[in-house]
Design a protein around this ligand. Sequence first.
Ligand SMILES: CC(=O)N[C@H]1[C@@H](OP(=O)(O)OP(=O)(O)OC[C@H]2O[C@@H](n3ccc(=O)[nH]c3=O)[C@H](O)[C@@H]2O)O[C@H](CO)[C@@H](O)[C@@H]1O
Ligand SMILES: C=C(OP(=O)(O)O)C(=O)O
Length: 433
Amino acid sequence: MAKIIIEGGRRLEGKVRVSGAKNAVLPILSASILASSGVSVIEDVPSLLDVQNMMDTVAALGATVQERNGTVRINASTIHSTEPPYDLVRRMRASFTVAGPLLARFGEAKIASPGGCNIGPRPVDLHIKGFEAMGAKAQIVDGCVHLTAPHGLHGARIYLDIPSVGATQNIMMAACLAKGHTIIENAAKEPENVDLANYLNAMGAHVRGAGTDTIRIDGVKSMQGATHTVIPDRIEAGTYLLAGAVMGNGVYVENAVSEHVMSLIAKLEEAGARIEDDVAGIRVWPVERGRLKALDVKTHYYPAYPTDLQAQIVASLSTAIGTSTVTETVFENRFLHVAELQRMGAEVKIEGRTAIIEGVEKLSGASVTATDLRAGAALVIAGLMADGLTEVHGLHHIDRGYDNLVFKLQSLGARIRRVDDDDRPQLRVVASV
Ligand SMILES: CC(=O)N[C@H]1[C@@H](OP(=O)(O)OP(=O)(O)OC[C@H]2O[C@@H](n3ccc(=O)[nH]c3=O)[C@H](O)[C@@H]2O)O[C@H](CO)[C@@H](O)[C@@H]1O
Ligand SMILES: C=C(OP(=O)(O)O)C(=O)O
């Protein structure tokens, strides 16, 4: 079985570069579907399984998709299908973001319920309500959501009960080609949505207010391919900052944007780490003897502390001095990593939506399994901190969202290596149809 093997206890030192953001590039690849002419050129695309699946999804609809050295070129003028294959859709949550662009450009989309991390129920009701408000009809056919708008979509005023990242993206993209004006209220403010809006505007859309609670979109008749560089991945950046705070000896996270990780920086400083930022990145100096001061952390929508950095901070706090609490408010079942951390000696109990962590002096290496993407990152951090050898299994989760994790940690001096089985899905250099 494929696994990552870590010999814990080595201090991390030097520089690591953050790749383009997974959660920005995935909806951006979907948005490229909106272009009826021209070629989109997307730069700083990370090498990830999710990106490969999304490129394959867009290609399966009939677009030409080519990837080389982190640049993806898409010609969406040749799209002929509005039904992305089930096998690709089931693998990741973000695949549902093709629904908005397909519906807006072709008046139809038939798409299975999306997959993604195993972190609790993940409905798409808000996406569908938004499409319906714009005049679409939604039916469940053969286990798929079948959306139709034969006469096109129209603008609408849409209030989201929850500031859902994906629903905001889907509605924003659909509204770009709708007739008239759309207002999304209680919109998600995540930087990835701002990046998406910037790309849409480069394609000829009129989107204003992304990054605030209210997004206003004036529909246009058609959109064209555009060139866009994806923002750096704030969750990857946060993962290296946390590793650097507990195991570093001065780690510079190049390409990290401090405005995007303010909540984490505040928590790291509260826990005793020293942070310096400049225009090119963020440096973290470790806490004394690698033990953070205990913290109380609560995940919430941006700009609050992100749920996608919850597992990693639970791991980092497992050796903190004192008792910490980490409360998960976004997803119902996102503490599966706790059982694995317990195997390594962490003293964590779950009460409702809160993990109560009694800091121990040391973790010890063990054989553990990633239950989802960020759980995988948390176990790697724990392995770096632990005495002895840690083996992390379930690498397909990590491959979904961390570009060259093992190589990047090796470059910081970690003793970490990967052992693969022969049949692991290989990340291709070029994907095209
Ligand atoms: C590919 C991508 O960008 N994934 C991110 C995105 O997921 P995703 O877009 O799926 O997350 P949402 O913001 O939509 O989900 C937030 C909450 O809203 C609920 N909800 C959502 C939609 C809906 O129609 N109905 C509903 O009830 C969800 O169950 C969840 O409890 O934002 C999450 C929250 O920051 C991150 O953890 C994911 O990494
Ligand atoms: C939960 C995540 O991804 P997804 O929404 O694609 O499952 C994540 O990136 O942590």
